[in-house]
Ligand binder design. Structure first.
Ligand code: SF4
Length: 69
């Protein structure tokens, strides 16, 4: 599955990094890093991160970011 985070929207709250630490991580104080492709066994955790993001910055799914390659 593909993941895209709108880093212009992301506020570095880190809920995603708490809920899916294999996928999302903080670099330094507030910069978010993430893996753009993860295996489907991360789907549930990523779904929780998507739901928890307070600014709806995370898109995830087979076609997420298909237009931004
Ligand atoms: S939960 Fe949303 S705002 Fe917070 S770090 Fe993750 S993507 Fe950014």
């Amino acid at each position: 599955m593909r993941i895209v985070v709108d880093l212009n929207r992301c506020q570095g709250y880190a809920q995603c990094a708490f809920l899916a630490p294999e996928v999302f991580f903080l670099r330094g104080d507030e910069a978010l890093g993430y893996r753009p492709r993860v295996s489907d066994d991360q789907r549930e955790r990523v779904g929780r991160a998507v739901a928890a993001c307070p600014v709806q910055a995370i898109s995830a799914g087979p076609a997420a970011g298909a237009d931004v390659d």
